[in-house]
Ligand binder design. Structure first.
Ligand SMILES: [Fe+2]
Length: 182
C-alpha cells in the first residue's frame, strides 16, 4: 500500500531529486584547459583524416578492377576494417578530453587534409588507387606527428600512445602500398 501512496505523486519526488542532484564537476585531469583544447582540436583533424582515408580505402575495395583485383580487394578490406576500429578510439579520446568529436561528413570534409574520391563510373585505375592510398596514409602520418607534438607538450600520455600506435600502422600501410608500385 505504501507503494501506491508514493506513486500518487510521482512528480514531487522527481523535482526534489532534480533540485538536489549535483551537476557534473569541471574537468580536472591534470592537463591545463588550453592544452586540453589544443590536443582535442588536433585529434579532431586527425579523426577527419583517418575517417576520410578509411572511406577512400573502402571505396577502392568496392570499385577496384583489373588483374590485381583479388589481392587488392582483400588488402583494402584488411586495412579499412582495422582503420574502422581505430576511429572509435580516436573519437572517444576526444570525449575523454572533454570535447565533442566531429561525426558528420560536413565536419570531416571541413577538417580533413585528404581529398575525397568519387566512385561510380569515375573509378580510377588500380595503380592510381594505390598511389592515392599511399598519399592518404602519409597525410594521416603527418597530421598524427603534428598532434603528437602537441600531446607531448601537454603531458597527455594517452593521446601520445594512441597517436604513436596509429603512426606505426599508417607508416606500415604506406610502405606496403608503395611496394606495389615499385
Ligand atoms: Fe566487401
Amino acid at each position: 500500500m505504501a507503494k501506491a501512496k508514493n506513486s500518487s505523486k510521482p512528480d514531487a519526488g522527481k523535482k526534489k531529486l532534480a533540485a538536489s542532484a549535483p551537476s557534473a564537476p569541471g574537468i580536472d585531469i591534470g592537463i591545463k584547459d588550453a592544452d586540453r583544447k589544443k590536443v582535442a582540436d588536433g585529434l579532431s583533424h586527425f579523426l577527419a583524416d583517418a575517417y576520410t582515408l578509411y572511406l577512400k580505402t573502402h571505396n577502392f575495395h568496392w570499385n577496384v578492377t583489373g588483374s590485381m583485383f583479388n589481392s587488392l580487394h582483400t588488402m583494402f578490406e584488411a586495412q579499412y576494417t582495422e582503420q574502422w576500429t581505430a576511429l572509435d578510439e580516436i573519437a572517444e579520446r576526444i570525449r575523454a578530453l572533454g570535447f565533442n568529436a566531429p561525426g558528420s561528413y560536413r565536419e570531416f570534409v571541413a577538417l580533413t587534409s585528404i581529398a575525397e574520391e568519387p566512385g561510380l563510373t569515375d573509378s580510377a585505375d588500380w595503380r592510381e588507387m594505390v598511389r592515392q592510398l599511399v598519399q592518404g596514409n602519409e597525410a594521416v602520418c603527418r597530421t598524427a606527428r603534428r598532434v603528437l607534438e602537441q600531446a607531448e607538450k601537454a603531458g597527455d600520455a594517452p593521446s601520445e600512445d594512441l597517436l604513436t600506435q596509429r603512426l606505426q600502422t599508417h607508416e606500415k600501410y604506406a610502405w606496403m602500398l608503395r611496394s606495389l608500385l615499385q
